[in-house]
Design a protein around this ligand. Structure first.
Ligand code: NAD
Length: 358
């Protein structure tokens, strides 16, 4: 792979390769775009089969973070860190701290957060070496588990979709089918259930279903049935790529709104949703609650303020759905335009010379 060519294709800014033999560190940090502010992104620890796959994942995720931060109105850019490591061998303290030192060396151009394969405890370990880490324990003034806030954002986004489709955001007697009741899906089910929604859930892990049953009333269906359930809202909260052409053809919901990243298998699937008149809440917009919450930590975390900012996802989703309607374009296209426009306009605004910046 020609690395620089790939970076140019992705319109990325910088890739930093990180190595520490003693700590067993092999990883990289991709910084996609810092027009709006310093890059923020998750640390993904995964046994990537090759360096190319690790780099590709980091480039893709860093670009997605740029879009997510922009759409959420945050003054942050997009970044992503990946470490190639077999999790069965465990994440050593040395590995995490060595990585923290690499992050510190970037002087604040990149702030690290939790992602697949990392935990709040890992962020605490990393914080011993760098100031540029968020997602710390609430006891330490951190913002805690991002999944709960991702769920809160999806909850507001679903209400915005209901308002757009039915003229009423109320959840009483609305039927919501949730695919995946993991960290985000379970909390979302709780929030929706509290507001009187009828729930249908599916999960490939029976322990997760047992957990739902301990405190919620929900109908359970087989994982392969959930996308075809007759309901108002289908909420994908498991994996990416679940919205395939076949899945969209079988949808009986009026709205698709969930937390999973990269829900559309392809752009064409977004067009199909639009053609079928199904209201789709673009994934990178509706699932930004975790990022908004973590970003709050940079200012000194206050949960009330964070929740209020996450609540604004209601207006953001409304705005994007309105733009899509006015321009007769699919909502995923409207969301991309909305996020890119903000970056372009702010880049232009910041062309004015300020003595203090020099
Ligand atoms: P999780 O691993 O805790 O939960 C995912 C659940 O989906 C698991 O219970 C799993 O058993 C289930 N599942 C997997 N395949 C399934 C299938 N085919 N059908 C039904 N269930 C299936 O993950 P999470 O943290 O809840 O995240 C869920 C999604 O939301 C992911 O796509 C993630 O990238 C995205 N997301 C998460 C956050 C966050 O802060 N956790 C933030 C934004 C976006």
């Amino acid at each position: 792979m020609n690395l620089l060519e790939r970076l140019a294709e992705m319109d990325g800014e910088q890739v930093v390769f990180c190595h520490d033999a003693l700590a067993g560190l092999r990883g990289l940090i991709a910084i996609h775009d810092t027009t709006l502010g310093p890059a923020m992104g998750g640390l993904r620890i995964h046994p990537y089969p090759s360096e190319e796959e690790a780099l590709e994942d980091a480039l893709r995720l860093s670009r997605a973070m740029t879009m997510k931060a922009s759409a959420a109105g945050l003054n942050l850019g997009g970044g992503c860190a990946v470490v190639i490591c077999d999790l069965r061998q465990g994440k050593s303290e040395a590995l995490l701290r060595a990585f923290g030192r690499q992050v510190e060396g970037l002087g604040g151009r990149f702030t690290i957060a939790e992602d697949a394969g990392t935990t709040v405890e890992d962020m605490e370990t990393i914080a011993q070496e760098t100031r540029y880490v968020v997602g710390l324990n609430k006891r330490r003034g951190g913002s805690g588990d991002p999944a709960l806030k991702a769920a809160l954002g999806v909850f507001h986004g679903i209400q915005a979709c209901l308002e757009a489709v039915f003229g009423d955001r109320g959840l009483r007697n609305r039927r919501v089918a949730i695919q995946g009741v993991g960290a985000v899906g379970l909390e979302l089910a709780r929030l929706l259930g509290e507001e009187g929604a009828a729930l249908v859930v599916a999960d490939t892990d029976s322990r997760r279903i047992d957990k739902v049953r301990t405190f919620l009333q929900a109908e359970v269906v087989a994982p392969e049935k959930i996308s075809g359930v007759d309901c108002d809202v289908f909420s994908p909260c498991a994996l990416g790529g679940v919205l395939t052409e076949a899945a969209v053809a079988g949808l009986r919901a009026r709205i698709v709104a969930g937390s999973a990243n990269n829900q559309l298998e392809s752009e064409r699937v977004g067009d199909l949703l639009h053609a079928r008149g199904i209201t789709y809440a673009p994934d990178f917009v509706i699932n930004a609650g975790g990022l908004i919450n973590a970003a709050e930590e940079l200012q000194g975390y206050d949960e009330t303020t964070a929740n209020a900012k996450i609540g604004k996802l209601f207006q953001t989703i409304q705005t994007i759905l309105r733009l899509a309607r006015e321009k007769s374009i699919p909502s995923h296209v409207a969301a991309n335009q909305w996020a890119q426009d903000r970056i372009r306009v702010i880049r232009d605004v910041r062309r004015t010379f300020l003595p203090a910046e020099h």
